[in-house]
Design a protein around this ligand. Structure first.
Ligand SMILES: Nc1ncnc2c1ncn2[C@@H]1O[C@H](COP(=O)(O)OP(=O)(O)OP(=O)(O)O)[C@@H](O)[C@H]1O
Ligand SMILES: Nc1nc2c(c(=O)[nH]1)N=C(CO)CN2
Length: 162
């Protein structure tokens, strides 16, 4: 059984409904169990800044299978919600990234784990910090990195459940 973190991103369509429906589909993947969900965050676009704000969140899951197999499931779910790959880091209905797993490393053409950019993305680090045990060494490292990056452009959507 592996503990893994998955990020959700969307800036096209009804992003909250897309997240709700996608997490429901994800919960039906064989061998996958959702353990925690972060709050929803409204975030400034990163990397390619001339596009709409994003909705972002992170979840923690346990998974009984192979991580590359899980990535293929995530790609299928993105497609189900109308994901089209047109512009690099551009607008999207749903992006599901595998961020990292406890003691899991993968460097293949299909999957890089830890995700190559997660350490540079506040829209991932801030929701991740929320669901990482608060007195853990890992949480401390994430909080230090958030402070280093400047903690701007990521706002929690209060009172919004998914
Ligand atoms: N950890 C990972 N999580 C998700 N996809 C990954 C990962 N490592 C490698 N990939 C590969 O990246 C490919 C392109 O993914 P995608 O089009 O979602 O990139 P992106 O979201 O535009 O950019 P980024 O990967 O920087 O978030 C996927 O087809 C997948 O095979
Ligand atoms: N705020 C924000 N910016 C992004 C996002 C995202 O999910 N949120 N995803 C990207 C490509 O993966 C590029 N830029």
């Amino acid at each position: 059984m592996k503990e893994l973190y998955i990020s959700f991103g969307s800036n096209v369509g009804d992003s909250i409904s897309i997240f709700r429906d996608a997490v429901n589909v994800l919960s039906k993947v064989s061998g996958l169990y959702i353990q925690k969900k972060s709050s929803l965050y409204e975030t400034e676009p990163w990397g390619k800044i001339d596009q709409n704000k994003f909705l972002n969140a992170v979840i923690k899951v346990t998974y009984e299978g192979n991580v590359e197999h899980l990535l293929l499931e995530l790609l299928k779910i993105e497609k189900l919600f109308g994901r089209k790959r047109i512009i690099h880091w551009g607008p999207r209905t749903l992006d599901l990234d595998l961020l990292y797993g406890e003691n899991v490393v993968c460097q293949t053409a299909l999957l890089q784990l830890p995700h190559p950019y997660f350490w540079d993305r506040l829209f991932v680090l801030i929701p991740l910090a929320e669901i990482t045990p608060s007195f853990s060494y890992r949480n401390q490292l994430i909080m230090d990195r958030i402070n280093e990056l400047g903690n701007v452009g990521v706002i929690k959507k209060e009172g919004c459940v998914w």
